[in-house]
Design a protein around this ligand. Structure first.
Ligand code: ALA
Length: 623
């Protein structure tokens, strides 16, 4: 059974259970400055889990493209990838545990064909300090589900992961774990969650490949248990029961609605079906592995890490560029650059001829273009960008390595490393890697000082998250969001209809807005735009939302939108209208917005600059 088949079976299955199939959101979230990438299926749905009405109803399903930058160094083992697809289904205040656990179990056993004997599950052990009970309800449901398949499932208590290594399986099939393991929120366990963040107990499903796969050396003398990385078990799905929200005093109260947030790794489910714990053996990835075998004349089994890094990174870069993120020097583009450049280094270790990475990308596109049509549409652009980045990096690499070879000392001091980086453009991570390969050490402390700025950047993925609280729907952020619509309307009014949104990033302190325009915007025009925005704010335009049919809305020339393909077939349209009925702005958008523009502050453009060819950026504040 191919990955493609599992994906469509899953979507079909939930469609039969009255779910609306929604398209994957982009890898870079819109209007969510708390995170660089979409890392789980629920991320784009947070407003709806908190109670906002979703245009497609209360039951949704999708396959969401995800990217976890923080996993880049884990790539090389048999289960971690930076990019992956997360199959998801959601109940927005609709069904709950009973339906959810039954449906997922039925899907795994009857649709994918997994042996129920190999399925183990975990549930939340409760947390007295928070007054949240252990999940006996989920246990009762699981017992019934297993019994229907002729399996008597015992529940046993584990506690923490460490406890598990002492206690072991205890003849159990259902395992109680603590909040570090069986509670899910975007920020992790309850104590890590910022005020206003939502989450809840979860129930995970594990596939047992058999004790012969418990080969990880770190777990040699430890008892096996499902939620461990020994290699025997693989987590293939997680049903989160999102019904709590964190309060100022650290306690949790119930949300107005009980939600289900399910996420399951497509490649992992496919791996369970194939009977291998190695996700790279799933056809979606294996296509690329085979091509690397041909190009390098080497065998996958003899070069696991390098094969996996090249495959993962080229797939990640392909999807990123497909979502409009080209290699660059800051934020998300920096990760794309890092992916391609690391892939070049590992491709060299495998002696893959130079210039072939774009052909690996071509094979990624072939594999995925049926479902992700944007890859087909942007095929040339993607292949071109990867080819160019490889070429450019090879030149840099050559210069950098030449300089590196001149270093005679076995301990490289800070300034030397900084020179390699700044003057020769030799990437930081690679300096460390090359130093290690040639048995040299690096004065990291000395060089950190000089490279601080760069380092912050490479860690941005992990650190950016939850810095200032959440996909913050605070009043100020919402006000900025509304002001952003007015800014776009003003720019289109002054510059013309070629101006569209190319990106947006909003915090409680400022807005940053990228738009399509070929040249510098004059101070005169910027002032006119400011006057327009402030005028609408002062007059107090009413903000209204209507749900419309996408295809019908697409034909309406009064609606501004740049990313039609990212929206489901029912869309939300926000309009800002004056008392006299004058339409100031009408845009496709997920919300939220203020109800009236009055009193949101004085709009001021702070800066206008270029970000890329044909793209300008404005930073502005509300004072
Ligand atoms: N949001 C849950 C996860 O990412 C399903 O595991």
């Amino acid at each position: 059974m191919s990955g493609e088949e599992i994906r469509s079976k899953y979507l079909e299955f939930f469609k039969r259970h009255d779910h609306a199939v929604i398209p994957s959101s982009a890898l870079v979230p819109e209007n969510d400055p708390t995170t660089l990438f979409t890392g789980s299926g629920m991320q784009p749905l947070v407003p709806y889990l908190m109670g906002e009405v979703h245009p497609k109803g209360t039951r949704l399903t999708d396959s969401q493209k995800c990217f976890r930058a923080e996993d880049i160094d884990e790539v090389g083992d048999n289960r971690h990838t930076t990019f992956f697809e997360m199959l998801g289904n959601w109940s927005l205040g609709d069904y709950f545990k009973k339906e959810q656990l039954r449906w997922f179990f039925t899907f795994l056993v009857d649709e994918v064909g997994l042996d129920p004997q190999r399925i183990y599950v975990s549930v939340f052990a409760g947390d007295e300090s928070l007054g949240i009970p252990k999940d006996d309800e989920a246990v009762a449901i699981w017992k019934e589900l297993f019994l229907e398949r002729g399996i008597e499932a015992h529940d046993v208590f584990i506690g923490s992961e460490e406890d598990g290594y002492e206690k072991g399986m205890q003849g159990g099939r259902i395992f109680y774990y603590d909040a570090a393991k069986n509670w899910w929120s975007r920020a992790g366990k309850p104590s890590k969650m910022p005020v206003g963040e939502i989450g809840g107990p979860d129930s995970e499903v594990f596939y047992d490949f058999g004790p012969e796969y418990a080969t990880h050396p770190d777990f040699k003398d430890k008892e096996p248990h499902p939620n461990s990385d020994s290699g025997q078990f693989l987590e293939i799905g997680n049903s989160v029961f999102i019904e709590y929200i964190k309060q100022e005093d650290g306690s949790f109260t119930k949300l107005p609605q009980r939600n289900v947030d399910f996420g399951g790794g497509l490649e992992r489910i496919a791996a369970a079906r194939v009977g291998t714990p190695d996700v790279f053996k799933v056809d979606l990835l294996w296509n690329v592995i085979e091509q690397i075998q041909t190009l390098s004349g080497k065998k996958y089994e003899d070069n696991l890490v390098a094969f996996r890094v090249v495959t993962d990174h080229i797939r990640g870069a392909t999807f990123m560029i497909g979502d409009g993120i080209h290699p660059g020097n800051t934020e998300q583009p920096y990760f794309v650059r890092r992916l391609v450049r690391r892939a070049v280094r590992y491709a060299d270790m495998l002696r893959i001829p130079a210039g072939e990475l774009k052909n690996l990308s071509r094979s990624v596109i072939e594999t995925y273009k049926g479902h992700y049509t944007n890859l087909r549409e942007k095929q040339n652009e993607i292949i071109d960008a990867i080819g160019k980045e490889e070429e450019q990096f090879r030149k840099t690499l050559e210069r950098g390595l030449k300089e590196f070879e001149k270093i005679k000392e076995s301990h490289i001091d800070g300034p030397t490393v900084a020179l390699l980086f700044t003057t020769y453009g030799f990437p930081y991570e690679l300096i460390l890697e090359v130093a290690k390969e040639s048995g040299k050490t690096v004065d990291e402390a000395g060089f950190k000082e000089e490279m601080q700025k760069h380092q912050e950047l490479s860690r941005a993925g992990a650190e950016h998250k939850f810095k200032g609280g959440l996909a913050d729907h605070s009043e100020k952020v919402v006000q900025y969001h509304t002001a952003t619509h007015l800014l776009l309307a003003g720019l289109r009014k002054e510059l013309g209809d070629h101006v569209h949104q190319a990106g947006s990033n909003i915090t409680g302190e400022r807005l940053r807005f990228d738009f399509t325009h070929g040249e510098k915007v004059s101070g005169d025009v910027l002032r006119k735009v400011e006057v327009f925005v402030n005028d609408v704010i002062q007059k107090g335009a009413e903000v209204t939302m209507e749900i419309r049919d996408k295809e019908e809305a697409r034909k309406d020339p009064t609606i501004e939108a740049s990313f039609w393909e990212r929206y489901p077939d029912q869309v939300k349209v926000y309009s800002m209208t004056g008392e006299n009925g004058e339409l100031y702005s009408r845009e496709l958008c997920g919300g939220p917005h203020v109800q009236n523009t009055k009193g949101i502050g004085t709009f001021k453009i702070q800066k206008e600059e270029a970000v890329a060819a044909g793209i300008r950026r404005i930073k502005a504040t509300l004072e």
